[in-house]
Write a protein that binds this ligand. Sequence first.
Ligand code: SF4
Length: 428
Amino acid sequence: MVQETSSPLTEARLTRRDAIICSIAAAAVLAGAGTLWRKFFSSKGGDIGSVFKGDAPKGELWELWKKRGWAKEGYHYMKLGCNVQCTICPNNCLLEPDDRSHCRNKINKDGILYTLAYANPCTLHIDPVEKKPLYHFFPGSRSFSLATAGCVLRCLNCQNWEISQKKPEETKDAYGPELRLRPPIPSGLRPEDMARSSLFPDDLAAVAKATGCLSISYTYSEPIAYYEYTYDSCKAARAAGVKNVLVTGASIEERPLRDLSQYIDAAHVDLKGFDDALYHKLNSGKLQTVLNTIKTLKSMGVWIEIINLVVPAYTDDLTSIRRMCAWLVKNVGPDTPLHFSRFHPQHKLNHLSPTPVEILLQAQSAARDAGMRYVYVGNVAGLRDSGTTFCPGCRRPVIERDIFAVTANRLSDGKCPACQTSIAGVWS
Ligand code: SF4
């Protein structure tokens, strides 16, 4: 992977006015004047996430962090004099020395961009792959699932805000004795063990294999925010014959996405709505970036499933849902599984009620009317057939699920046993 050192602006067609502004901005940044650079991007409508000024770890903590191997130079960024600019996600954080990024886990130390979220997961679980959710990717298999602190988004309804909206230093302990996780994993890791544990990419692949997991899922918070760890782990897993699953909000620039996608086998993509203004308000994201990511993943041969959380008063508008479904059919095809998920009061939206089941069923019906062949409803206990895969040929149930458990799988060579219609997915 090549560290980016040239400005992406040189790749665009610039008007004379743009060029003048660009020159002024570049000169200003090289002189250390980050403020003018921010104004330049703002005037172009670009997104720069808020950063935490002067918040990088210092002194003994920083030394310990490096010693543990938890700090690593970023893979996609630009050096701008003593400043750095991350180019992984559209926030494009510009960091002056000792600043911390919007995602909370990147810092500028002496003109070098470091991630603080390397090999230091704050949570580990072995989940059924259905929990991601992925319904058409090795059903019933186990996925070794992990996350570090930090996220590139600020979703008002985040269900994992206790890790996604935290700094790595708030979830890890660099002062205690190190615990390097390798097979066999000690049973019953206590929170204090977890806080001082390291799990390096090669060890992660070995641990996943040793625990009988077919795949590793980069999930819970946002794998784009811990990109370097995700990338190296995916590479190590691929070499070890373990599959990689990305569970993502898809807010990523194209170049890092393409680099990463070559090692990704399946992706669960949160398409959180289909209205850009609401996307910004609810998630601090940009709809077009997410749509671009979905198309790129598809074009690179990654198996994708889409999840749409239906949030009352935000993303429950059926007209918008119909437009989303039409876009999916046109751009990634009707065989892409779509999961409508029920909102439950969370984080900053505790005042809202759960999504009425009727709305979810209307969304499911709209998606089927648009041509989507595999449409599910999640997060609703006891709703009949909400997780059943029906053959699009004869309408018989071919895979049945109860919450995250596969209760029947009648597929034969990926086909309906009754009418021989192929069911889209990665089955073996
Ligand atoms: S990945 Fe983090 S540091 Fe990089 S641009 Fe996005 S929010 Fe900023």
